[in-house]
Design a protein around this ligand. Structure first.
Ligand SMILES: Nc1ncnc2c1ncn2[C@@H]1O[C@H](COP(=O)(O)OP(=O)(O)OP(=O)(O)O)[C@@H](O)[C@H]1O
Ligand SMILES: O=C(O)[C@H](O)[C@@H](O)[C@H](O)[C@H](O)CO
Length: 172
């Protein structure tokens, strides 16, 4: 691979996007951006109160993530974003055409267990039902890989890096 990938680490809340995203960025030698930091404050307030976001809540957030990804085109970068629906990923691809996705996949019990041990995060585990209900996995025509989240963060980020390495060159 010559052109560095711009990677969106996607998946439901608690799958490890932040944890794996940091490690993957370090492996690839590119910057990491935390998608949660790009939410409008109203979205954080809504999720903290246990209310799922709507599409209209998510568009401005997706656009902020798309802007960041666009700015890293040709340079490489990793950003976390749940990117649960195909239409959200279409929006990101429209902003940053070469973007590739790493979908972190795990069953509900595993994810809920990890979330229940997490301290000081605004996202309540009660929102997991709506996260899984909203999730539309990557389709065959979408550039990206699915990576299972069993095992240690080092193992998962290693699997993600290897899977990305096997992808064809990104088209800018
Ligand atoms: N492979 C792993 N093994 C054990 N614990 C993990 C692993 N990956 C992540 N965790 C832990 O699980 C919790 C959720 O991980 P993390 O915050 O990275 O997920 P996230 O997808 O970014 O969540 P959110 O979307 O809600 O911000 C954290 O407490 C994290 O330390
Ligand atoms: O799309 C959404 O419902 C949300 O934006 C969330 O998924 C969060 O950003 C994050 O995953 C929680 O920390």
């Amino acid at each position: 691979m010559n052109t560095p990938h711009v990677v969106v680490v996607m998946g439901v809340s608690g799958t490890g996007k932040t944890t794996i995203g940091h490690l993957l960025a370090a492996r690839l030698g590119v910057p990491y951006a935390e998608g949660d930091d790009l939410h409008p404050p109203a979205n954080i307030a809504k999720m903290s109160a246990g209310t799922p976001l709507t599409d209209d809540d998510r568009w401005p957030w997706l656009d902020a993530i798309g802007d960041w990804a666009h700015g890293r085109a040709g340079l490489g970068g990793v950003v976390s974003c749940s990117a649960l629906k195909r239409s959200y990923r279409d929006r990101l691809r429209a902003a940053a055409p070469g973007v590739v996705f790493v979908h972190l996949t795990g069953d509900r019990a595993l994810v809920e267990g990890r979330m229940s041990h997490r301290q000081g995060h605004f996202m309540p585990a009660a929102l997991l039902d709506s996260q899984f209900a909203t999730l539309q996995p990557l389709e065959p025509d979408e550039a990206g890989v699915a990576v299972d989240v069993t095992g240690s963060p080092e193992e998962i980020s290693g699997r993600a890096a290897a899977a990305l390495d096997a992808l064809p060159e990104p088209t800018p």
